[in-house]
Design a protein around this ligand. Sequence first.
Ligand code: 0CM
Ligand code: SF4
Length: 325
Amino acid sequence: MPSTTPKRVLLAAPRGYCAGVDRAVIAVEKALELHGAPIYVRKEIVHNKYVVETLSERGAIFVAETDEVPEGARVVFSAHGVSPAVREAAEARSLTTIDATCPLVTKVHKEAVRFAKDDRTILLIGHTGHEEVEGTAGEAPEHTIVVNSPDDVDGIEVPDPDNVVWLSQTTLSVDETMETVRRLREKFPHLQDPPSDDICYATQNRQVAVKKIAPQVDLMIVVGSANSSNSVRLVEVALQSGAKASHRIDRAREIDEAWFEGVDTVGVTSGASVPEILVRDVLDALAARGYETVEEVRTATEDLMFSLPREIRADLKAKERAGSA
Ligand code: 0CM
Ligand code: SF4
């Protein structure tokens, strides 16, 4: 017998761009407008293929390291932040830098610097190799141990178990991080907490929204790139919270017909580095498959905005002054 439940989409909100991504992407766009192409960007400005491709078409050149940037040229540091060693390398090449590090990542850097000054061991919960972790750990490499998962905890050794503090990457699973902290505290009862949440508001809000709709969906589609930590976490959170299946895609064209067998309700969300246009494309693709009814489920309202990097603000001001002279 055919299903009597109408096909529908539950669209998570908040989803997509956070304040730090918006600021970083605009920083590159403004740099291109103000100074013309090329503008070099160290690493992907945010972890989204479409954003990187679009900015490349406009004249941004993405490089892995500052030594690929011609001496004296302009380079943007990505939203994920950089270590002091990267800043020094840029200075040594006389590069003009624009720092698009998200202020919420900078906050964690400052915590790391402060705790290292107090000679504490920092247990940085995060993923080895992720740019943000490299940047934060690079503030105090001698004092930092990266903890990838709860299973890492057993193998950790510190100089003074009574003088340890934990910090984290901003884009982790809240639940898994809390489990890692629980295990760390079992091992180090005097473990100190960070002064405030390191997992940022955007990461947390997107996970809460997914948790709300996951129990009701047969399939959760997460729009986001493979290297986007917060996007990948949304797939895991969906599955842990009751979604029957969940897949991450960069673009609507990656949707697989085989996913829809017996599916009435599809959940849709997107990571913090994902432009809304990509979600709209997914909704169009779902509508074409009969999932035309879209119900937005909102669990929080976000109105945070960050001012542009100070280098861009200064250049905009200088242009304004020149225009009115
Ligand atoms: O950290 P993550 O891999 O999730 O980065 P992203 O660029 O996908 O998201 C925004 C950020 C930051 C910092
Ligand atoms: Fe900043 Fe969070 Fe966005 Fe990363 S995900 S750029 S930390 S607001």
